[in-house]
Design a protein around this ligand. Structure first.
Ligand code: NAP
Ligand code: GCO
Length: 271
């Protein structure tokens, strides 16, 4: 009889090198921490030296020996330099998490084309640049994992987020196309679609009103979420380890929504 399949062992990332972009804090920091806990050697990047220095302290405090680099994911030369430095210091990248992202909440009629382009550059073009930079070594090694951080806005629109929704919708299809083009090379490319997560990016949607009441959007999102709460970055840690590990070797082109049920729910009738 063949040796029984080691299910729990298939979640281990021992011996793997992971790069999580934009992982100085927020969702990226949680995902990088999860991959490290699962055994990976982790690297991250951001644009701000201040964010990098603070993040290195935070990783150290969490007992994680993360390597941090200053690199703008929109800049091809900086991305090439980042990937080369990670390869020199930790080894070629086995796991790429395209997490770095921005949002500009501006009504479409008021949004400039340059604002639109900046969001699309960061949230869609940059994951393309990052994937192009890591795929050749993954093909050579015969395996690789790419995880693109998508969004509810990969499926839904709402006022003021036209650029972000367009970019995240495109990122869903870029995920499926990388799956299509590199599945035979044993590269799995999947997405994680977080719901509404309490991070600095969504802080403006949760801040208390002048009279001390909850932000209307805060109450709205909680009413739209069957879980009845905002997500936390920690909610994304297990799903990220799953998609980064051998446990998901036959999962490809899939967007795993970690949204507390938002996409399944029409919403609670207002009281
Ligand atoms: P966040 O708190 O705003 O953090 C964004 C991170 O990306 C920061 O570390 C930032 O650091 C970095 N970054 C931004 N632009 C960059 C660039 N051009 N090059 C390199 N690093 C860059 O965001 P978050 O809430 O953690 O979200 C992380 C990802 O999840 C984003 O893709 C976001 O769209 C997505 N997402 C968030 C939510 C949510 O509810 N929070 C839900 C769904 C999806 P620097 O400024 O120092 O570069
Ligand atoms: C917004 C929020 C969302 C979240 C996330 C939801 O303004 O609607 O920022 O876009 O960031 O993408 O999945």
């Amino acid at each position: 009889m063949d040796r029984p399949f080691d299910v729990m062992g298939s979640f281990s990332l021992e011996g793997k090198v992971a790069l999580v972009t934009g992982a100085a804090y927020g969702i990226g920091f949680a995902i990088a921490s999860a991959l490290a806990q699962a055994g990976a050697r982790v690297a991250f990047n951001c644009r701000s030296q201040e964010h990098l220095d603070a993040a290195l302290e935070d990783y150290r405090a969490a007992g994680i020996d993360a390597r941090g680099y200053i690199a703008d994911v929109c800049d091809e030369a900086q991305v090439a330099d980042l990937v080369a430095k990670v390869a020199d210091e930790l080894g070629t990248i086995d796991i790429l998490v395209n997490n770095a992202g921005i949002i500009k909440r501006i009504p479409m009629e008021e949004m400039s084309v340059s604002d639109f382009r900046q969001v699309v550059d960061t949230d869609l073009t940059a994951p393309f640049i990052m994937a192009k930079a890591v795929i050749p070594a993954m093909v050579e090694k015969g395996h690789g994992k790419i995880i693109n951080i998508c969004s509810m806005m990969s499926e839904l629109g709402r006022e003021t987020v036209s650029a972000y929704a367009a970019a995240k919708g495109g990122l869903k299809m870029l995920t499926r196309n990388i799956c299509s083009e590199f599945g035979e090379a044993n590269i799995q490319c999947n997405g994680i679609g977080p719901g509404y997560i309490a991070t600095p990016q969504t802080a403006p949607l949760r801040e208390r009103q002048a009279d001390g009441s909850r932000h209307p959007f805060d109450a709205f999102i909680v009413s739209k979420t069957p879980a009845g709460r905002w997500g936390t970055p920690e909610d994304l840690m297990g799903p990220a380890v799953f998609l980064a590990s051998d446990a998901s070797d036959f999962v490809n082109g899939h967007i795993l929504y970690v949204d507390g049920g938002i996409l399944a729910y029409i919403g609670k009738q207002p009281a």
